[in-house]
Design a binder for this molecule. Structure first.
Ligand code: FES
Length: 361
């Protein structure tokens, strides 16, 4: 089957880049305090990304700009729009602003798409998607992508929510599952909605439940997303069940914890805290002195120069800037592509200057 995205990519339309603002084209309420925001480019460009990747949105909240990272809930097989589904938690500023103020027709800046928690496009595997709360969004994108691909679909989709009314995009999932028998949906809730019948599962996901609803879990590649304690519990459960954890993938906007043997080896120059370096911010006409162990982002902040940032550990790609001259020591976590690196881009949050560096900022 020919993918819509392949068809589109072969047309004359360009591919959207984050230099171009997004225009909000729809806002759809999904659940309490939760909505899906869809965007189109202001040009004829189309979106290209991997199912499971994220976007960082620049949100003009009162008091200053904030950058928030959201998993893309749409599928790259539908490349004319891109969507994020967001849930405002108590105390949230950026997401609350989106729910209260972002309307169709408004423009917004975004960075990305980025992220390594993504479904390999060409692989035909059996999948077990496990999610909780708003962590449903990557599973939603991946399932939509597989549904659109049309062949070799084998998905067991398990989602945990507080109540049935909190299940995000339930109708969209049921619509896909009703047309493709090899997409099996399981919703587990902790409480019923008052005065509404619930015939699905209740309680919490555990070894017994997973054995009942996905008895062949040992044969499946697992993708898990949700709050950190939920993902930790799922991980421990799967280890106890004897799953091959090489086939376990977990979304995280927290800094990846790496063991010594997983750290990259560098044969290039290692930053020395006693060696002086300098960064020239060409667009701002500022030259800042620093040490080789300072990050470019920290030096910029100290010099009063704003470089947008999100995760601050090389995952989200928000702080990507172009290097004009000099060398940096960059240790990222997947937030920048090899193509961008070849084109001279660096991530400011995880790059340290070696000697004199000049940036296009
Ligand atoms: S702030 Fe996320 S990669 Fe730098």
């Amino acid at each position: 089957m020919v993918m819509q995205s392949d068809l589109m990519a072969s047309s004359d339309a360009g591919i959207w880049t984050d230099a171009e603002p997004l225009v909000c084209c729809s806002v759809v309420p999904e659940a309490p305090n939760t909505a899906t925001f869809s965007f189109v480019p202001s040009s004829e460009a189309q979106f290209r990304y991997e199912p499971g990747q994220f976007l960082t949105l620049e949100l003009p909240v009162p008091g200053g700009t904030v950058w928030k990272t959201y998993t893309i809930s749409s599928s790259p097989s539908r490349p004319m729009t891109i969507s994020v589904t967001v849930k405002a938690q108590p105390g949230s500023i950026g997401t609350r602003w989106m729910l209260d103020h972002l309307k169709p027709g408004m423009q917004i800046k975004a960075t990305g798409p980025a992220g390594i928690f993504a479904l390999p496009r060409k692989e035909n595997k059996k999948y077990l998607f496990i999610s909780a709360g708003s962590g449903i969004t990557p599973s939603l994108a991946m399932t939509t992508y597989l549904f659109d691909r049309g062949t070799n679909i084998d998905v067991t989709f398990v989602h945990c929510a507080q109540r049935p009314q909190d299940i995000i995009s339930r109708q969209r999932l049921e619509q896909m599952a009703s047309r493709v028998p090899s997409i099996r949906l399981f919703f587990i809730v902790e409480e019923d909605d008052p005065y509404r019948v619930w015939t699905g599962l209740r309680g919490r996901l555990n070894q017994l439940t997973i054995g009942l609803i996905a008895g062949d879990y040992l044969e499946r590649d697992v993708y898990c997303c949700g709050p950190e304690p939920f993902m930790d519990a799922v991980r421990e459960m799967l280890i106890a069940l004897g799953c091959d954890m090489e086939r376990y993938h977990q979304e995280s906007f927290g800094a990846p914890v790496k063991k010594d043997d997983q750290l990259p080896e560098h044969d290039d120059i290692v930053p020395d805290k006693d060696v002086v370096a300098s960064i020239a911010f060409a667009g701002s006409d500022v030259i800042a002195e620093c040490n080789e162990t300072d990050t470019v982002l920290a030096v910029a902040r100290n010099a009063g120069i704003v470089i947008p940032s999100g995760c601050t550990f090389g995952v989200c790609g928000t702080c990507k800037v172009r290097k004009i001259a000099g060398d940096v020591h960059m240790v990222h976590n997947g937030g920048i592509s090899e193509d961008d690196i070849e084109d001279g881009y660096i991530l400011a949050c995880c790059s340290k200057p070696i000697g004199a560096v000049e940036l296009d900022v």
